[in-house]
Design a protein around this ligand. Structure first.
Ligand code: PRX
Length: 665
């Protein structure tokens, strides 16, 4: 690939600027796409990048034309920094695009979702059945007084009624706000109140690792302080006992039976608010990220098709995220349905009833494309190859990764043990705010390097910049996006000032993603994690990701998290929290061996001062390592609120270890 690929050299402002984040870890393995993959790939020529670079607006216009619009736009883009409008004046309906048009095209009997519940119950749902259920439920919502523009909160397990609820909202122009089913009642309450939602859709409960998650009970706790909610619609999932408040609460199954008629899709403006999705920022108050209709759907549909090389008639696609996160919104619901794909929808955890559940699912449904997160991959590495090894995974032809930087060793493991050493891996960088994938390989075109998200997608413009916003051609810095993109956030709900300050004030005229990134000598992009994950050791900036990758590269290590702890001499000292593979001994000698290993891989500057062994790492429910907590442990601070942790016991354990066994220099 061209050295300057996707980098606009005319905008170079400094020839010899020093890199903002120094780059120590070098990865030189390259995997070219197989000829057989290239031949069958939907996109296999660099022309797509050229076309998009020549005229970005025209490129996106052509993608938008692939959707069905009830009224054509007058203008592709209206850009008044930082506010963008795409396909201005156009009208469409997302539910029509995801369902009706496929049925009208004779695809009604095609399977939309193979659903499997954690207990093993199965449902096959065709596009026709999904359309019927969505139209009926849209009618139910209308009868409950939900109108275009109203907000509807959704707090559900990963069952088909979750996408049904989202699509029913979209059908009548209501804005949905999905709250991840693993969040507490407190989090649900805050999100309902911020959005002033009128209706809550929930379930009696859900299944998680064999036990019942009491969703209705949590909803009831939240609902005592949510004055905007008029009705609660409850899906019966587990059959557990719940309280139903007369006049407010109804059973989904009952209202679906008693409601006559089906709601027709309501055309809405291209800029109409399709959904809110809350994400955490640097302050305690979560941000309600606003996503629109036309631009969002156009980019999500394009990226889904291009990045996953979707062959509508033969692929069985599985995105193993939760719909409660943006990955699920864009790549379980809207992208796959807009592209008329057959997906797998799985409710539960990967280790129930045993650690091979995912591989069983892939074998049973002949999954061809798997999209998951590095944290899951590292967990599978820890469990061992016998679990995937005992299943036939030969149906897989493409693998994806999202959510955090993927360590090269995890990438290699994923390719070898899941992708039979041949599947391309698309490492996709994006955010709740971007709505859709922004940086990723195209699998029929891009030469892959393990751990690199490679290049911006066609139609996307990014720059790595230094502290003062100057473009960095080679080396490290901050990732910015320099032009508006169709699925970009339209703001933070109710707080335009915070929108400007958070994303548009750090670098003039550019969107600041909050991530560190580096560009290597071949022009490849390497995401280095959030900038607050960057450590400063003796005046050198070192990325936590690089040290973690070096640790995970050691054969004894299953998972590692690295933080910078305040240090009187060096500014910050590197603290490594390490989970060893089963059978490995967490001894003093092992700690020394790991420190040396990092030194060899990266350099003495990156050698952890302390290695703390732990059986697990504290993670958010979406699987991100909670480095803030680890930093608190490292610096001996009070731990504060740990309620969003997957397992609060882990922190306690780490704290105890930190007190008893630091291996100081
Ligand atoms: O730090 C980046 C990381 O996840 C952040 C966005 O998180 P969220 O809004 O929860 O969305 C996650 C799913 C899209 C980013 O700012 N991130 C996401 N994907 C990658 C990544 N970091 C490195 N490589 C990725 N592929």
């Amino acid at each position: 690939m061209n050295d300057n690929f996707n980098l606009d050299s005319s905008q170079t402002t400094q020839e010899n600027n020093s890199p903002t984040i120094e780059n120590y870890l070098l990865e030189d393995r390259v995997f070219k796409p197989d000829t057989s993959f290239i031949h069958q790939a939907i996109y296999n020529s660099l022309d797509i990048y050229k076309d998009a670079d020549e005229n970005t607006e025209l490129f996106w216009e052509k993608e938008a034309e692939k959707l069905s619009w009830s009224k054509k736009w007058e203008k592709v883009l209206e850009w008044e920094l930082p506010f963008a409008k795409w396909f201005v004046g156009g009208e469409l309906n997302v539910s029509y695009n995801c369902l009706d048009r496929h049925v009208e095209n004779g695809k009604g009997s095609k399977v939309a979702y193979f659903f499997e519940g954690e207990p093993g119950d199965k449902r096959t749902i065709t596009y026709q059945e999904l359309l019927d259920e969505v139209s009926k439920f849209a009618q139910v919502l209308t009868d409950f007084g939900v109108k275009k523009g109203d907000r509807v909160a959704i707090y559900m397990p990963m069952i088909p009624e979750l996408p049904v609820s989202m699509l029913a909202c979209a059908r009548i122009g209501a804005t949905h706000s999905v709250v991840f089913g693993g969040f507490s009642s407190e989090a649900l309450k805050d999100r309902i109140n911020d959005a002033e939602a009128k209706v809550l859709i929930t379930a009696d409960g859900g299944y998680r690792r064999g036990s019942l998650v009491p969703l209705k009970q949590s909803s009831d706790e939240a609902l005592s302080e949510t004055p905007s909610i008029e009705h609660v619609i409850v899906v019966k999932r587990t059959g557990q006992d719940v309280n139903m408040t007369p006049g407010r609460d109804v059973w989904y199954e009952e209202v679906m039976k008693s409601t006559p008629g089906f709601a027709a899709p309501v055309p809405v403006d291209s800029e109409h608010l399709l959904f809110l999705l809350y994400t955490s920022g640097t302050t305690a108050k979560p941000k309600g990220i606003m996503h629109s209709t036309g631009g969002y759907l156009a980019q999500v549909a394009f990226t889904h098709k291009a990045v996953f090389d979707i062959h509508e008639d033969s692929d069985i696609y599985w995105c193993a995220a939760d719909i409660g996160w943006v990955t699920g919104h864009s790549y379980i619901v809207y992208g796959p349905l807009a592209n008329c794909v057959t997906s797998v929808l799985y409710e539960g955890t990967p280790d129930f009833p045993d650690k091979d559940r995912w591989w069983k699912l892939i074998e049973e449904y002949n999954v061809t494309i798997l999209y998951t997160a590095p944290t899951a991959i590292r967990t599978f590495m820890k469990w061992g190859t016998q679990y995937p090894g005992s299943h036939d995974l030969s149906s897989l032809r493409l693998l994806g990764s999202v959510g955090e930087p993927i360590n090269p060793e995890a990438w290699m493991w994923y390719r070898k043990h899941i992708g039979s050493d041949s599947c391309p891996i698309v490492d996709t960088w994006w955010q709740t705010e971007t709505g859709a994938i922004m940086i990723s390989p195209l699998p029929g075109i891009t030469d892959l390097k393990p751990g690199s998200a490679t290049f911006t997608l066609p139609g996307i413009h990014a720059e790595v910049v230094d502290d003062v916003g100057n473009k960095v051609e080679r080396g490290g810095g901050y990732l910015t996006l320099t032009q508006p993109w169709p699925s970009m956030l339209r703001g933070i709900y109710g707080d335009p000032k915070r929108y400007e300050e958070t994303y548009w004030s750090r670098f003039k005229g550019k969107y600041f993603a909050g991530d560190g990134a580096k560009i290597d000598d071949d022009g490849y992009m390497w995401l280095l994690g959030r900038v607050d994950d960057v450590m400063n050791v003796s005046g050198h900036r070192v990325s936590t990701t690089e040290v973690e990758s070096a640790l995970v590269d050691h054969p004894s290590v299953a998972e590692a998290a690295v933080v910078g702890a305040n240090d009187a001499t060096t500014g910050q000292a590197i603290m490594a929290f390490v989970t060893l593979k089963s059978g490995e001994d967490p001894s003093q000698d092992k700690g020394e061996e790991l420190r040396k290993h990092v030194s060899t891989k990266i350099g003495a500057i990156a050698r952890p001062k302390t290695v703390i062994f732990t059986d697990d790492l504290p993670k958010t429910r979406s699987g991100k390592i909670m480095r803030r907590l680890l930093r608190d442990v490292a610096e001996g601070r009070n731990l504060g609120d740990v309620t969003t942790l997957a397992d609060p016991k882990v922190v306690e354990e780490i704290k105890n270890r930190a007190q008893v066994s630091p291996q100081e220099d």
